[in-house]
Design a protein around this ligand. Structure first.
Ligand code: SAM
Length: 279
């Protein structure tokens, strides 16, 4: 075993830890909302952490962003109006823009500093966003924002941090009720919902809350090496469509690295211990 020195950065999560070898610290400052740190790593490109939790690395970010976005946007037959809550690094909006049928994206990130810094240090995630007229930058609290919207969105994506002072409300029944109202009658919502290995209680709570509100609820997984355990979940509430069928024939997207239509069709094949969290 190794004792790590100052050339490494470590996220401690409960009783585990994951370290990356770094070249240098690029940024470290408290914003109005959270402590933002950015490092250049040896082999994973730039890395961002918020309040000590890894958010993105340039090398691995495609998994999270492709799986959060393309499962709902290919399940919906014609997704045009999209809401993104959180996602300040830009990766989620970048993936949505690949769908030719999308007409507008309301991008509601509470911490403008996360986006401003991502424009400097994560150019592959933010490139093209500011010049695309489909993107409405609406910096503010997504919990408040969604309350004002009724019957408007085809898809709502919640790309948040772990439950905290600012994001805890994004996991609540009241928020899910507001999301339901903001969606059209065949709308779909997907949110990141933590690790089945370490956060089973959060997943169970989210699933129970969604079940009380949405006609159909789902859970699916992706392998994300930088998050605790590497096994990550997404929870979905849908008014009409199942989440394992390709209905959107308008979008033609080349060059994805994780998402495939075959993977999509098998997305509901889950390990038993994960299905148990949905009961
Ligand atoms: N991929 C990441 C993960 O799961 O670790 C999430 C990345 S993204 C940077 C998370 C963003 O959610 C942060 O920038 C944070 O500021 C934003 N956020 C947290 N609570 C929010 C809220 N109530 N409204 C809008 N954005 C919020």
């Amino acid at each position: 075993m190794k004792n790590l020195n100052s050339n490494w950065v470590t996220e401690v999560f409960k009783d585990t830890a994951l370290s990356f070898k770094i070249k240098e610290k690029l940024y470290s400052k408290k914003s109005k909302f959270q402590h933002i740190e950015i490092y250049e790593t040896e082999k994973h490109g730039n890395l961002m952490s918020l309040d000590g939790c890894y958010m993105v690395t340039e090398k691995e970010e495609f998994v999270y962003h492709e799986m959060l976005v393309h499962i709902p946007l290919f399940s919906h037959p014609n997704p045009q109006n999209i809401l993104v809550i959180g996602g300040g690094d830009g990766g989620t909006v970048r993936e949505i823009l690949k769908h030719q049928c999308v007409k507008s994206i309301d991008f509601v990130e509470i911490d403008e500093d996360v986006y401003k810094l991502s424009k400097i240090y994560f150019k592959n995630l933010t490139r093209g966003l500011a010049n695309d007229k489909r993107v409405n930058f609406l910096f503010g609290d997504g919990i408040k924002f969604v309350k004002e919207k009724k019957n408007f969105y085809d898809v709502i994506l919640v790309d948040s941090t772990d439950p905290s002072d600012i994001s805890g409300g994004l996991f609540s029944t009241d928020f899910f009720k507001d999301v339901y109202k903001a969606l059209k009658k065949d709308g779909i919502m997907v949110m990141q919902s933590e690790s089945p290995f370490y956060d089973g209680e959060i997943i169970s709570n989210v699933q129970q809350r969604l079940k009380k509100i949405f006609n159909k609820t789902y859970l699916y997984l992706a392998f994300i090496p930088i998050y605790p355990s590497g096994c990550w979940s997404f929870s979905c509430g849908s008014k009409k469509y199942s989440i394992n069928k390709i209905r959107n024939k308008k979008s033609v997207i080349k060059g994805l690295k994780y998402y495939t239509h075959n993977l999509h069709k098998s997305i509901l094949s889950l390990p038993q211990f994960v299905m148990d969290l949905m009961k």
